[in-house]
Design a protein around this ligand. Structure first.
Ligand SMILES: Nc1ncnc2c1ncn2[C@@H]1O[C@H](COP(=O)(O)OP(=O)(O)OP(=O)(O)O)[C@@H](O)[C@H]1O
Ligand SMILES: [Mg+2]
Length: 277
């Protein structure tokens, strides 16, 4: 819609987990390095916590992307609040194996599923593929049996490494939930955390996303004035999802009003007009 007006190839501030847009602040880089290390060294389990909208899901996608599609099989569980533990296992089996799930009801219970999972893990490893299970939104799990199930899948190990990597992602309260389940807690080899960006990173974040979207703005004459970026950082709490929402509205309004440069007053009017929270 406004892409042409701002000399962009695509919209830069979409709230989608597109790894091309990943901006590596120090904390994102640190988490990426640590979680990649868990996979590469077969350490079993890594946990990534962080406040909402700070890039946990995006980072999870970026790690898989970096690994390359033919190097891994992955079960990405977006909604782990399942009604019974066997359902989580079914989702893991479905994700890690190209074959359909067994049809017999008796084979869909916990014990036969665990047996099947072990066979799948070994098959994938013998084909040179990493087994990766990502459990996103894990802070929302209320049923401790689901956490217990995660511990069980971590029991699959060869002589010197885990047969699968489990990455658990969730909001900060996940730390307390896992902490309360000692057998699982002790199996978490690496923990990392994402917070809001620093205010100096907000400027870099905006410039990075504009560049990926094809912007050729000159450093001497950026689209967003310095004071405008400061106001965006303040209003959004420097949280990437909120920065995106605000910047998208700003670019759209700027196009509608034929604004040449985004200045502080313009930001204030957009926040007011759109009642941006
Ligand atoms: N480091 C980053 N680089 C580029 N974009 C980012 C970054 N972090 C977050 N974003 C943007 O913000 C949006 C929200 O991020 P994401 O969905 O990964 O957050 P989250 O931490 O998983 O939030 P929630 O706790 O609500 O699930 C992403 O779709 C992405 O567009
Ligand atoms: Mg998320």
């Amino acid at each position: 819609m406004y892409e042409q007006y701002w000399n962009l190839k695509e919209k830069p501030f979409q709230n989608t987990p597109d790894p091309r847009y990943l901006f590596l602040s120090n904390q994102h880089e640190d988490a990426l390095m640590k979680l990649t290390y868990v996979i590469a060294q077969g350490l079993g389990c890594g946990m990534l916590t962080g406040v909402f909208g700070c890039g946990k899901t995006l980072l999870g996608k970026a790690i898989l992307n970096d690994l390359g599609k033919d190097r891994y099989r992955c079960a990405y569980i977006f909604n782990p609040c399942v009604s019974e533990p066997a359902e989580l296992l079914r989702a893991i089996v479905r994700g890690l194996s190209p074959q359909a799930l067994p049809e017999k009801k008796t084979e869909l219970l916990v014990d036969p599923l665990l047996e099947k999972l072990q066979a799948i893990l070994l098959d994938n490893v013998s084909e040179g593929k990493e087994n990766i299970v990502v459990i996103d939104e894990a802070h929302a799990i209320e049923d401790t049996r689901i956490f217990e199930q995660m511990r069980l899948v971590l029991n699959f190990q060869s002589e010197n490494k885990f047969l699968l990597t489990l990455l658990i992602l969730g909001q900060p309260e996940l730390r307390d939930k896992v902490d309360a389940i000692k057998p699982l807690d002790q199996r978490v080899a690496v923990r990392c955390h994402l917070d809001h960006l620093s205010s100096s990173d907000v400027d870099k974040y905006i410039k990075h996303r504009l560049k990926v979207a094809g912007s050729t703005e000159s450093p001497d004459n950026p689209i967003f004035a310095k004071e405008a970026v400061e106001a965006i950082a303040k209003h959004s709490g420097s949280i990437p999802r909120r920065i995106n929402t605000l910047c998208d509205l700003i670019l759209m309004s700027g196009f509608a009003k034929k604004t040449k440069k985004i200045e502080l007053d313009f930001i204030k009017s957009v926040i007011e007009d759109f009642n941006v929270s």
